[in-house]
Design a protein around this ligand. Structure first.
Ligand code: GUN
Length: 291
């Protein structure tokens, strides 16, 4: 069994990006600038956004953290989005989700300029992804594909089973894994909360991608011997033996599943750091983008 070290891989990507920034600087070209919009005080969102801003500093990108109050109205936020779309200093930006319940996330996502949509959530980017045209790929699925690529895992003709159908992870990763590209060329099955006899599907997976949002949901009985398992979940669960009072777990019960796998990504230190690294790659692309 090999552990896919997402943390080390993400560092490798950041080092590659750092070199590219040096070249841009030498050539007198614009250094990429990422902005992150954070509405309200959701602690998990604050942690994620801070990690994104920190990653910018590490690779030499400019960054702005735009903090807005929980009470902002939808039209005020849409106005802010318009302002960022027109700000030439900002090459790419994200609006961290979830947004407060009085704001329509879809409306906000659709107001982001597709050319600055480094999250790849805009329908234009998602449509381009389906058509295999140049676009920003959503960071988490793109990071998952990059993990397979950098681990030299052969995916052609394999059965990839995706658990979860979210717009951010499950749906896009199913499309990327079925595409005529490498990694890709898989036969893909999407499963979700309404799937009957889930185990029947997961047990036949050569590659199992889990993004169901339920702590330690996938156990040894769901996994075939020799499978590749990529775990997207991240949850805090109480643990009195830890100083912090909690520990982080994924959607996969790691200790019992790992011994059965040929490769597995851990939580923490798997998909999470790769998501941020991919967001940085997308931001570099944003300065070069021509679609
Ligand atoms: N919330 C959880 N994941 C993400 C992400 O990748 N991008 C944004 N904008 N919000 C998120």
């Amino acid at each position: 069994m090999k552990v896919i070290d997402g943390k080390a891989m993400a560092e490798e990507i950041r080092n590659e990006l750092k070199k590219e920034v040096e070249i841009l600087k030498k050539e007198g070209k614009k250094v990429p600038h990422l902005a992150a919009v954070l509405v309200g005080n959701n602690p998990a969102s604050e942690t994620y956004v801070n990690a994104k801003v920190k990653a910018c500093a590490e690779v030499g990108f400019g960054s702005s953290l735009i903090k807005l109050p929980e009470t902002i109205t939808e039209s005020e936020l849409l106005e802010k989005v318009k302002e960022i779309n027109n700000n030439p200093e900002i090459d790419g930006y994200i609006v961290q989700l979830p947004l407060p319940s009085h704001i329509n996330e879809q409306k906000v996502t659709m107001a982001i300029s597709p050319k600055k949509d480094v999250d790849g959530f805009h329908p234009e980017n998602l449509g381009r992804m389906v058509l295999n045209l140049p676009c920003f790929l959503p960071a988490t699925p793109a990071g998952m594909v990059e993990m397979l690529r950098r681990s030299n895992i052969d995916t052609t003709g394999k059965h990839c089973v995706v658990v979860g159908r979210s717009h951010i992870v499950g749906s896009p990763i199913s499309i990327l894994m079925a595409r005529n590209s490498n990694p890709g060329n898989c036969t893909v099955t999407i499963t979700h909360s309404r799937t009957k006899n889930l185990e029947e599907y997961t047990k036949s997976a050569d590659i199992l991608m889990v993004a169901i949002g339920k702590p330690e949901f996938i156990t040894a009985k769901h996994v075939k011997e020799g499978a590749v398992v990529i775990d997207v979940g991240i949850h805090r669960i109480e643990d009195a033996s830890k100083k912090s009072g909690f520990r982080l777990v994924g959607d996969v019960k790691y200790d019992e599943v790992a011994p059965k796998c040929s490769y597995i990504s851990p939580v923490p230190g798997g998909v999470g750091p790769m998501t941020i690294a991919t967001l940085m790659s997308n931001t570099l692309s944003a300065v070069k983008i021509s679609f």
